[in-house]
Design a protein around this ligand. Structure first.
Ligand code: GUN
Length: 294
């Protein structure tokens, strides 16, 4: 039976460290880090995620401001709000929750965020720096997974890591970080996606599998080599009448059947999700320290 990686506990520990860093900043006469988030429209999942981010900021002593905009907001209005936040010296980090409602151009919105406030690490400038192995804001989910592997003392050097899903937010940066040179990386990476024939062929050879495609229970027991490390990034809402909300979160891994043969596995919820939020907090405190020591 696999060891369950308790992302929630690891995230709580790191939040404690961040809270202590904030106290130190205040003692030195600095202000608390300030994260701004823009949420456009009324997508239920996005509203929940932004709510979690707001709560996490409060827990560690950050200031946060959430701009909740109507789903009919125009590109021009959104870009003008971003320009104002870019110029606001009291704000250290800015995220725009994705996906945006139809009609808004995501890439030009990301491009408009000042690179030094881009704590999601989505701006092409920061993506390029990550690609080159230069210090920058790393996208929160891949950054969180790198931390989880490290905190769980999972060997990555020389291991074959198979990533399923090639999104800009998870799959692509994940492949980049794991194949980089250095401690906690040095993997041989295979990036599988929707056009990969016979994904099992690759996953059956994998020492580490990262499932990030958004397809509930996609990774089944017959696709996993016994002893593999399994990281589940999926968080699809599926109907569940037994829950008060009417839904539950379902990962991309058939957890019940995969856990008995894996060496390590992340649960959903309580695995990768809390680490994503903590990584955003880490990027925000980094942005704030840099800004306030200029
Ligand atoms: N949507 C899904 N993941 C993320 C994330 O990490 N940041 C933002 N801004 N939107 C997302």
């Amino acid at each position: 039976m696999a060891t369950i990686i308790d992302g929630k506990a690891i995230a709580e520990k790191i939040k404690g460290e961040i809270a202590r860093q904030v106290e130190q900043m205040l003692k030195r006469g600095m202000r608390a880090p300030h994260l701004a988030a823009i949420l456009v429209g009324d997508d239920g999942a996005s509203m929940t995620y932004v709510g979690h981010k707001e709560k996490a900021c409060a827990q560690v002593g950050f200031k946060s401001t959430v701009y909740r905009l109507d789903k009919h907001t125009t590109q021009k209005e959104l870009l003008s709000l971003i320009a104002g936040i870019n110029d606001d010296d009291s704000i250290d980090g800015l995220i725009v929750q994705l996906p945006l409602p139809e009609g808004l151009d995501e890439q030009s919105v990301i491009n408009a965020i000042s690179a030094d406030k881009d704590v999601d690490g989505f701006h092409p400038f920061n993506t390029g720096k990550m690609m080159l192995g230069l210090p920058t804001f790393l996208p929160a989910t891949p950054y969180g997974i790198m931390t989880l592997l490290k905190e769980s003392n999972i060997e990555t050097k020389g291991k074959h890591c198979v990533i399923i899903g090639r999104s800009n937010i998870v799959g692509k940066p994940m492949a980049n970080l794991l194949s980089a040179k250095g401690d906690g990386a040095d993997c041989t990476v295979t990036l599988c996606h929707s056009r990969t024939p016979d994904i099992s062929h690759f996953t059956l050879d994998a020492d580490i599998i990262i499932a990030a495609l958004g397809h509930p229970k996609f990774l089944t027991r017959d696709m996993v080599k016994p002893g593999a490390v399994v990281i589940d990034v999926g968080i699809t809402r599926v109907e569940d009448k037994s829950k008060k909300s009417g839904f539950r979160l379902q990962g991309d891994v058939d957890y019940e059947n995969v856990a008995p043969i894996a060496s390590y596995i992340t649960p959903v919820p309580g695995g990768v999700g809390p680490m994503t939020i903590v990584s955003l907090l880490k990027n925000t405190i980094t942005a704030s320290l840099k800004k306030q020591s200029l």
